[in-house]
Ligand binder design. Structure first.
Ligand code: FES
Ligand code: FE2
Length: 493
């Protein structure tokens, strides 16, 4: 079981040496293979990247009502993403403050109180401690609620309904942290005042591959499509797929945040501007919500694939929703969730514009699942090749030989005429977007500060947690739950 720990002096020296080696390799357009399956590097990534940055949690439409919650992860920790009884969105550590077991075992639900299954301590849905069974007999007096609430992520913010959290107080505001990538988010998700909504719960499955391989692929790898997805080019599943690599463009928004764009109307046919949205959806788009460059971009070479560092990716591309049907665009959000060295969970959500007709949403959901998700034809191809990289990362032979990977495609430089933020590349070939991802990785792996749990909790209270527990409705519910436990215990005694 991997937990955040300050590395021992030996570990710190090892990690620093690996990070130095990665940077020196990147300067030569190379990449050491061992970073894809290494116990100490993995532990350092959890501490230095996943506790120090904004991490994607979900979407507001997954928890529309007070008390709604879904289970998520930050690094290896399970967290509860919950809309509390005041409507505030919280991210709570799922471990009981009494003996540490997991409080919640459901993937989703609605509750005003979380009750621990071990001894029955109860917490309000904002994370505040609410009480414990046999209080007088067991503790002699009431415990101080301020000391025993669930750990709470001190920072939670949303962007177009997408919820991000950070375990660090020190992160800049979300929009500032994402920088120029917000401009791309706007172009993709802000075409209607009602925004987008989730079409169902996420699908989660385990892949024996490192989280970085999924993230870097979606950051800028169009080169693999003609080979990895060869079978889909053969059967004409998506017209023009075999030309995707040369027809792909690159948007680099800095800090390891990048998108691939496709001139889909040139690949497939003239109607496929605006990702190929049919008239029933595109007629509702409010184009005045975007600036001129965003409009020109989504009409001619819309962002189709992208990664926001560290582990959030996006995909919107036309695909058939069933055999012999014309492709329609789906919107897939995914998380490359680290679980252990060389192992990740792949989380995928299907989204659609809220204003789209329900019939279209149903088809778009199927289109997304047809290609991506545990049974998706593209997903099968990709995950197999990524699993191979994790095997190489663990190989003694590869390590002793100092095996390094190739990042040396010829580069043409960014388009000097580009009017938008960041940099635009006419050709995606060049692997510069993947390099930017690993440059950010190096930067984050050089951050050595440790976030202590006590600081997290204190910050959580300062950020809006209640100082004392009053007799609110949820406290009463919590006390009723405890009374129920006590009653059962009495019956057993
Ligand atoms: S471990 Fe949760 S109440 Fe004891
Ligand atoms: Fe792929």
């Amino acid at each position: 079981m991997h937990r955040y720990q300050s590395p021992s002096p030996d570990d710190a020296a090892y990690i620093d040496a690996v990070v130095d080696r990665v940077e020196a390799s990147l300067d030569e357009s190379l990449l050491p293979v061992d970073i894809f399956n290494d116990d100490r590097i993995f532990a350092a990534e959890m501490q230095r990247i996943f506790t120090k940055n904004w991490v994607f949690m979900g979407h507001e439409s997954e928890i529309p009502n007070k008390g709604d919650f879904v289970m998520r992860r930050i690094g290896v920790d399970r967290v509860i993403l919950v809309r509390d009884s005041t409507g505030t969105i919280r991210v709570l550590n799922n471990h009981c403050r009494h003996r540490g077991t997991e409080i919640c075992h459901e993937d989703s639900g609605n509750t005003s109180v979380f009750k621990c299954p071990y001894h029955g301590w109860a917490y309000k849905n904002d994370g505040d401690w609410a009480g414990a069974p046999l209080m007088k007999d067991a503790y002699g007096e009431k415990l101080d609620a301020r000391d025993w609430g669930l750990l709470r992520a001190p920072k939670v913010e949303t962007l177009f309904g997408f919820v991000f959290a950070s375990l660090s107080e020190d992160v800049p505001p979300l929009r500032e942290a994402l920088g120029d990538a917000v401009w791309a988010f706007e172009a993709i998700f802000n075409l209607h005042e009602d925004g987008v909504e989730v079409l169902g719960p996420p699908e989660v499955f385990t892949v024996k591959a490192d989280w970085k391989n999924g993230a870097e692929n979606f950051a800028g790898d169009a080169y693999h499509v003609g080979t990895t997805h060869y079978s889909n080019t053969l059967d004409g599943f998506i017209p023009g797929l075999n030309n995707v690599a040369v027809a792909a463009h690159g948007y680099d928004f800095g800090n390891g945040n990048s998108f691939i764009g496709h001139s889909i109307h040139e690949l497939i046919a003239p109607p496929f501007t605006l990702w190929g949205y049919p008239e029933e959806v595109r007629s509702q788009f409010q184009f005045d919500r975007l600036d001129d460059v965003q409009r020109e971009m989504i009409e001619n070479r819309p962002p189709t694939i992208g990664t926001i560092f560290p582990n959030l990716s996006y995909l919107r591309f036309p695909q058939p929703y069933k055999e012999n049907e014309w492709p329609i665009p789906f919107t897939n959000i995914r998380v490359w969730q680290p679980v252990a060295p060389g192992v990740m969970e792949l989380w995928t959500w299907e989204f659609e514009y809220t204003c789209a007709p329900q019939e279209y949403k149903d088809k778009a959901y199927l289109a997304g699942q047809y290609g991506f998700g545990s049974g998706g034809v593209f997903e099968q191809d990709d995950t197999v090749v990524w699993e191979g990289i994790a095997k190489a990362g663990k190989s003694s032979w590869a390590r002793e030989a100092g095996m390094r990977l190739h990042l040396r495609q010829k580069r043409n430089g960014p388009d000097p005429e580009w009017q938008g933020p960041g940099r635009y590349y006419e050709s995606i070939l060049g692997e510069y977007l993947q390099e930017e991802f690993y440059r950010r990785w190096v930067k984050e792996m050089r951050s050595h500060k440790t976030t202590q749990p006590a600081e997290i909790r204190a910050a959580g209270i300062a950020a809006g947690g209640a100082e004392t527990v009053g007799t609110t409705a949820s406290t009463e519910t919590a006390l009723a739950a405890i009374a129920e436990t006590e009653k059962k215990q009495g019956a057993l005694a």
